[in-house]
Design a protein around this ligand. Structure first.
Ligand SMILES: Nc1ncnc2c1ncn2[C@@H]1O[C@H](COP(=O)(O)OP(=O)(O)OP(=O)(O)O)[C@@H](O)[C@H]1O
Length: 234
């Protein structure tokens, strides 16, 4: 488990120019309101969890922030620079090896070989580095997809359910890696049903329910996440 306590960045000064901001964001599909008017700040340097029941709007929110979809109304403001992402369905190049995948993605940025090696070892992909991605187990494909989100070392990374298909040890590695990444000014937003795993490392917790923000506060390792979540959604 990560030894970084959540709330480590609690005292950091906010810099609005480096935040992602959602103001009154609505996303409607035919007959379905996925987001009902969301106001949210994603602050630089935070490990920020987005949780909520199935269908509460988490993936919709991430897709909008990434610019893969457009809001029905409302505005989203992002700082300059690319945003790394990992989706519920891993999107790797299936015919390339783990190393080739990492190098292809790394080549689009300038983070360098040392960083690539630390992503690979931090997520314990070294032992499968020469295997073709299509032949990897579901868990390793997930780890590779998470690695690809970080390999260009972007200021913001958005992860949708990064712990799915992982065993307990791999989950701990991912949480520790993500928490370390957020030391300083880099930011990770994670949409997850695994609040227990991320809870102790979080800086901010947002709970969505039925397209509305039900809770959005800074938290630290001493908060009882399960109680907050249970009380809200009972
Ligand atoms: N392309 C789409 N067309 C129609 N409805 C959609 C579309 N995408 C999402 N929705 C609906 O929007 C609502 C929010 O879905 P979303 O996938 O954002 O929820 P989620 O919180 O990520 O759920 P889960 O935890 O199950 O992944 C759901 O009712 C879903 O059915």
């Amino acid at each position: 488990m990560a030894d970084r306590a959540g709330g480590a960045n609690r005292e950091r000064e906010r810099d609005p120019a480096r935040e992602i901001r959602l103001d009154g964001v609505v996303r409607r599909y035919d007959g379905v309101t996925a987001l009902a008017g969301v106001d949210l700040r994603i602050e630089a340097g935070d490990l920020h969890a987005l949780v909520g029941p199935n269908g509460s709007g988490k993936s919709t929110l991430l897709a909008l922030v990434l610019g893969l979809d457009r809001p029905t109304s409302g505005t989203i403001t992002r700082p300059e620079g690319r945003i790394g992402c990992g989706f519920q369905t891993p999107s790797v190049y299936p015919d390339l090896t783990v190393d080739e995948n990492l190098r292809v993605f790394a080549a689009m940025g300038d983070a360098g070989d040392d960083w690539l090696a630390s992503v690979r070892s931090g997520l314990e992909l070294d032992e499968v580095r020469d295997r073709v991605a299509a032949d990897l187990s579901g868990g390793y494909q997930r780890l590779l997809d998470v690695a690809l989100a970080f390999v260009r070392r972007p200021a913001f990374v958005l992860l949708d359910e990064p712990l799915d298909e992982l065993d307990d040890a791999a989950r701990e590695r991912v949480v520790a890696f993500v928490a370390d990444y957020c030391e300083g000014e880099r930011t990770v937003v994670v949409s997850t049903h695994h609040l227990d795993a991320f809870g102790p490392s979080l800086d901010r917790l947002t709970v969505l329910d039925d397209g509305d923000v039900r809770f959005d506060e800074r938290v630290d390792g001493s908060d009882d996440y399960r109680a907050i979540y249970r009380d809200l959604l009972e």
